[in-house]
Structure formats: structure tokens, C-alpha cells
Design a protein around this ligand. Structure first.
Ligand code: ADP
Ligand code: MG
Length: 678
């Protein structure tokens, strides 16, 4: 019995070498091959010659109205000319060195000719001639993404063969009612028309079906996973409500409405018996940390341990310092676990973690090293979760006994997309800033205006403010990046001497050196901090009010927004100065966006429009798959519909027992295990 799970080795002419070659494209089975869709189609639809420009590629259709004239010259060289009536006009088609076509080109024959349009001579310098008998071949204008191992024609041939041999076992996955509702093709037709469309219209219709199918299956997988997770046992974290309220009352400020809402969402999850898997999104400065602290407090007061994982040592240290203050006088005991501990320190801490005397463990990925054992881990919080690989997050979740997971990120993703990207996570969003925040004023200056920028900065310093100066990003080389920052540091130190002290921070420094500098900056011993982008995430000094970024156009929008988030954290008006002479339209658009808005969600939306979803979400890490045909931004409507349809199906009692749905059930069984979205 044939199956789409059959190895491609079952196809004629596919031996071990070709199997290996196909594997480089991610194609192992016949099913893989059939769903390896074209990236585009060479346009084979006849064109209107009135609109064609000189030297443009064209396809024309018409009747041969002259006896073909074949001229041979030189060694194996020839020219074949014939007149074709196309609509109301007659044009000339010329083929070079394809003498064999003379037999095919009969007077009065209907033909399709492809080639390049020569407007002056009104002729096509043609390379392809198709007669009615060839019509079938014409159907494939499909162009596939290939690599050096496999040629376009080879792949095309294999796909044709796979289709001819296997079309009858292609099951339709989308349930009939849905297919009818949206007038979608059945799967055999869809796959046929994606690879061998008769015309552009057919290809388009097939893509529409494929897009829906892709989104529907993706959502079905995510939501099935989520349902499975909800049935799996986690911990019931039964904290004492009054005690938690008391803690919240002691924080020193009133939570914003948005903070209260997400605290409720999180606390509900904590109490439930299933494992929480929640994404907490909020712009920089929106107050995620205190929300996490509340969740941590609840967890620990219920007798469990909590862990907080940060992407860098600076951030981990900063969290530890901040939270130690927040939890002063409570039963929360903080331990900072980083890679820079001595063996002895590490051992002591590990012991305290194991016996439970330390109940809040903060650190970098050292937290998930195998030699750390927890007494009773109930909650894991990850900060800037997109910076961790999927595997690291997975490892952390497997620590202890299915701990609840709260992933915080300050990289806003538009809500619609977040729901989609993190389909099996629940999403909480803080969409409100604490009262009294003044939006950061952002200015874009030409690099030639550097001295103005520095004067402005001096005036601020004279007023008691502090400033960050970010050196240009050199992506090609970390060493150059550091060199650059060092040069800029020396320049600035000279410029600001003797009134103001300047410090330097970069990624090649040890954790201790970095912390040292950060402390000096926070304590006001340094007024200016020159830095590479190591300060990008989370570093907190409310007295810093100027962020100056050299060659700002080298940075992406998300990164610029993060950098800007380092200022505007106190009561004073803050400023962000972008020094940039962007060369591209996109670069200019980025600068304009930064000037126009401080709303992280708007920045993200703009970023999405400028770059496309793949780049923004960072496929590999976010767990958002590389969709083959669908575009989660351009096809958002379809995505939302498919999402709802998947949810409805899963909620239908006994849906998985209906005959019509068996291919889907099988599909889910097959793909569930491979779906390691965090
Ligand atoms: P995030 O982690 O979202 O970037 P933080 O949690 O670091 O933001 O909060 C930024 C600053 O705002 C901190 O100094 C914090 O104490 C303060 N803050 C948080 N929530 C509130 C609030 N509701 N009212 C006033 N200040 C707040
Ligand atoms: Mg934070």
C-alpha cells in the first residue's frame, strides 16, 4: 500500500545519492516532496503586446501564418523565422539554433511562443515553442527553491513522478464543511495546481487553499498541545490570598489597571492544577518585574521555590538586587547563581537550593545546568525569553515537577500575531504605563550635527542628569565592536573632562567588571556611560535621561526601542538622540518611526511591515514556523479564521471519531511529537 510517508527512495531513479541530495532540502518522504511548493511561477500567461516594454520576457499565443523559414549558417547554427498572428496583429518570431522546431511549426498551427520582446523590430526572440500537443508541459511555470545539490529540472521531474504515482493516496485534511464554506480545493487538486497550474488563476486558488490548510493545521497542532498540557498535572499553588494582598499593598505604589489584570490572570493559573505556560508582554518600563515579583511571592508563600532566569549576568545581578529589596523582611530568600561563582560558592548555593533554604533562585542559564537540584520548584520566570533558545526553556520547564512557567518579554509583538506565534502559550499583555511617565522625546540628527548633540547632552549633565552613549554596531566583528566603543570612550572622556566622568561598558568585560561600572554609574560616580549594546536589555538607572546612539540606522527598530527604554524611567523628561545618515529608505523609515512614536506595539507593527514576520519573530527561537505558503502578516485574516476553526473543531465532542476526520487524527498523531514549541 502506497503512503505519503514512503521514502523518496521509492521513486524511480532515486538512489542513495539522490536521497541524500533531497534531504538537504528537507525532503525525505514522498509527502515532503509533494508539499515542497514552488516559490514562484514564471509567468506563462499570454500578454498584451501593447503593454510590453522592449526586452521584456513575454509569452504570446497565436496562429502561424507563414511557412517557417529555416536558414542554416556556419557550423550547426541556424535561424528559424515564422510569422504569427496574435489578435489583430502579425509579429515575427525568431528562434536561433533550434532547427528541430521547424518540424513542429506548421502553417495554421495554434502555438505559444516564449521569449524576449524586441519592440523596434516587433518580433520575439524566442526560446520556446509549444504546440497544442505540448499544452500540458506549459502548465509548469513552477520555480522551486533549490541548492547546489539539486537542479530545478530534476526536482520538477521528481515532483511530477511523485504526483503521478501517489496522487490517489493524498488524503484531504480539511474537514468537508470547512472546505465547502470557504470553497477550498480538495488536497489532490490543490497539490496538482500548486505544481502544475494551467494558468495563474489556478495557481492562486491553490495557494489560497494551501494557506488556509497550513494555518489550520498549525493552529490545530498548537491548540491540541495546549489542551494536552492543560490535562497534564502541574502544581496547585495554593497561596494565602490575604497575605498576598498585604504584600501588594506594601509595594509602595498602586498597580496600574493592566498590571492588576495580568496579576489576576497569572494567579488564576497558579492555583489551577495544570502547568502554566504564559507569556507576559509589556513595553519596557511597563512594570513587568513587579508583576513577576507578585507571582514569585505567591509561589513561595505556598511553600514552593521560584527561579528567575535572565539572559545576561548584569541583568541577573540587577534583578537579584532589586528583588532582594522588594522582598526584604519576607520569607523570600534570594540566591544569585551565575557562571562567575567560585566552585566553593557554587557548592554552598547549590546545597541551599537543594535543601530549600534559598527559595528564589536568580541567574543566567547556569540555572539549568545539570548539577543544580531544586527542593521544590513551583515557578520559573524567564526574562526576555526570546533570547533563550527553545531548548533552554524546555530544559528549565523540565526541572522539578512540571513548574509553572511565566515568560516575560519586552519585545512587543502585535497582539494578533502574538496569539498566533505563541499559539500554545497563554498571553498576558500590559498595555498601560505607570501614571506620570513622560514619553521620551526622540530626535533624529545628521552625523554632521554631532556637536549640537553633544552640547545638548552637556546642558543636561549640567542639570544633574546622566547619559548613555551607544557606539555604532559593527556586526561583522565583535572585536571591532569593542574597539569602536573603546575609541569612542576615549574621545568622550577627553571631551567631557574634567567636569564629568565617563565610563565604558562592553561585552568583552567580565561580569564583575561590568557590574562594577554599572554600580558606579548608578551611584552617580560616572555621569556618562559609553557602551556597546550590552545595555540594551533591562539595565535600570532612573537618573539617566539621555540616550545618544551613534549610527542609529545600523540598529533594528526593536533594538532601538529597547535602547530608548533605558531612559524615561524616572520623573524627569528624557531624550533619545539618534545620530544617523541612513542610506536606504528602510533606514529612513526606521528613524522616522522612532521619532513619531514611543509606543512599543506601534514600533513592532511598523517593524513587521518593514521587515516581514519571519525576521521580527526570529523563527528559530520563537517557535513560529517558517510557513511554506502562508504569510502571517499578509494573510492575517485567513490565519485568524483558521485559528477559530481549529478551536471549534477541537471543542466538538467526538470530532476525532468521525470518518471524515480520520486523516486529521492521523496527522496530529504524526506531528504532535515533533512539535517542540516551548
Ligand atoms: P519592565 O520590567 O516592564 O521594563 P520594571 O518592572 O522594571 O519595568 O518597572 C520600571 C519601573 O517602574 C520600576 O522602577 C518600577 O518600580 C516602576 N513601576 C512599576 N509599576 C509601577 C506602577 N504601577 N506605578 C509606579 N511605578 C511603577
Ligand atoms: Mg524588566
Amino acid at each position: 500500500m502506497k503512503s505519503l510517508q514512503d521514502s523518496v527512495a521509492n521513486l524511480k531513479g532515486v538512489g542513495p545519492k539522490r536521497v541524500a541530495d533531497l534531504a538537504t532540502l528537507g525532503i525525505d518522504t514522498v509527502g515532503d516532496l509533494l508539499t515542497y511548493y514552488p516559490s514562484r511561477y514564471d509567468d506563462v500567461t499570454p500578454v498584451d503586446l501593447a503593454t510590453v516594454k522592449d526586452r521584456q520576457k513575454v509569452t504570446v499565443q497565436g496562429t502561424i501564418v507563414s511557412e517557417p523559414l529555416l536558414t542554416r549558417y556556419g557550423y550547426r547554427r541556424s535561424r528559424l523565422s515564422l510569422r504569427i498572428q496574435v489578435g489583430q496583429q502579425v509579429i515575427m518570431a525568431t528562434f536561433f539554433n533550434q532547427a528541430y522546431l521547424a518540424k513542429k511549426a506548421q502553417l495554421n498551427e495554434q502555438v505559444t511562443v516564449m521569449g524576449k520582446w524586441d519592440a523596434r523590430r516587433r518580433q520575439v526572440t524566442a526560446n520556446k515553442l509549444l504546440t497544442a500537443a505540448d499544452e500540458k508541459k506549459k502548465s509548469s511555470g513552477a520555480v522551486y527553491p533549490v541548492n547546489k545539490h539539486i537542479r530545478q529540472v530534476t526536482l520538477r521531474g521528481l515532483i511530477r513522478q511523485a504526483y503521478d504515482d501517489y496522487w490517489s493516496v493524498i488524503p484531504t485534511l480539511i474537514p468537508t464543511p470547512l472546505r465547502q464554506r470557504y470553497r477550498l480545493l480538495d488536497r489532490q487538486q490543490m497539490i496538482h495546481d500548486l505544481h502544475f497550474p494551467k494558468d495563474a488563476g489556478k495557481a492562486k486558488a491553490a495557494r489560497r487553499t494551501a494557506t488556509y490548510e497550513e494555518f489550520f493545521l498549525f493552529q490545530l497542532r498548537l491548540q491540541a498541545l495546549r489542551r494536552a498540557r492543560r490535562q497534564r498535572n502541574g502544581n496547585r499553588i495554593l497561596y494565602h490570598n490575604d497575605e498576598l494582598k498585604e504584600f501588594i499593598a506594601g509595594i509602595g505604589f498602586e498597580l496600574t489597571g493592566a498590571q492588576k489584570r495580568v496579576v489576576n490572570e497569572i494567579c488564576r493559573d497558579l492555583r489551577e492544577p495544570y502547568q502554566m505556560n504564559r507569556l507576559l508582554q509589556g513595553d519596557v518600563g511597563s512594570g513587568k518585574t513587579i508583576v513577576a515579583a507578585i507571582a514569585i511571592y505567591a509561589t513561595i508563600s505556598a511553600g514552593y521555590q521560584a527561579a528567575l532566569m535572565a539572559p545576561t549576568e548584569i541583568l541577573a545581578a540587577q534583578h537579584a538586587e532589586k528583588l532582594s529589596k522588594v522582598f526584604e523582611g519576607t520569607h523570600v530568600h534570594v540566591g544569585l547563581l551565575t557562571g562567575s561563582l567560585t566552585a566553593k560558592q557554587h557548592h554552598q548555593l547549590a546545597t541551599a537550593i537543594k535543601d530549600g533554604s534559598i527559595n528564589l533562585i536568580i541567574g543566567t542559564h547556569a540555572l539549568i545546568q545539570d548539577n543544580v537540584e531544586y527542593a521544590n520548584l513551583g515557578l520559573v520566570v524567564t526574562d526576555e525569553q526570546h533570547r533563550f533558545g527553545v531548548n533552554q526553556r524546555q530544559q528549565l520547564r523540565e526541572k522539578g515537577n512540571n513548574p509553572d512557567v511565566l515568560a516575560m518579554t519586552a519585545t512587543p509583538i502585535p497582539r494578533t500575531l502574538a496569539i498566533t506565534a505563541y499559539g500554545e502559550m497563554d498571553v498576558s499583555i500590559i498595555d498601560e504605563m505607570p501614571a506620570g511617565r513622560k514619553p521620551v522625546e526622540t530626535r533624529w540628527l545628521k552625523i554632521s550635527q554631532q556637536s549640537e548633540a553633544l552640547h545638548f547632552l552637556e546642558a543636561q549633565l549640567a542639570d544633574g542628569a546622566q547619559a548613555y552613549i551607544v557606539s555604532p554596531l559593527i556586526e561583522e566583528s565583535a572585536a571591532l565592536d569593542v574597539q569602536n566603543a573603546t575609541d569612542l570612550y576615549q574621545e568622550m572622556a577627553k571631551y567631557f573632562a574634567p567636569q564629568y566622568q565617563v565610563g565604558l561598558l562592553h561585552g568583552r568585560m567580565t561580569g564583575e567588571e561590568k557590574e562594577n561600572i554599572m554600580h558606579q554609574f548608578k551611584d552617580g560616580k560616572l555621569q556618562v556611560l559609553v557602551s556597546t549594546t550590552v545595555i540594551e536589555v533591562g539595565v535600570d538607572n532612573p537618573n539617566a535621561t539621555v540616550m545618544m546612539i551613534y549610527n542609529a540606522d545600523r540598529f533594528g527598530l526593536a533594538q532601538l526601542h529597547q535602547l530608548r527604554g533605558r531612559v524615561g524611567r524616572g520623573d524627569r523628561q528624557s531624550y533619545c538622540l539618534l545620530l544617523a545618515d541612513p542610506k536606504t529608505d528602510e533606514g529612513k523609515a526606521r528613524m522616522k518611526t522612532m521619532v513619531e512614536t514611543t509606543d512599543g506595539f506601534k514600533v513592532a507593527q511598523r517593524d513587521l511591515e518593514l521587515r516581514g514576520s519571519g525576521d521580527v519573530l526570529g523563527n528559530k527561537q520563537s517557535g513560529v514556523p517558517d510557513f511554506k505558503v502562508g504569510d502571517p502578516v499578509g494573510d492575517l485574516k485567513i490565519l485568524q479564521i483558521a485559528r477559530q476553526d481549529a478551536a471549534n473543531l477541537l471543542m466538538t465532542p467526538h470530532w476525532d471519531e468521525q470518518d471524515d476526520n480520520q486523516p486529521l487524527v492521523l496527522y496530529l498523531q504524526r506531528h504532535q511529537l515533533q512539535t517542540h514549541f516551548d
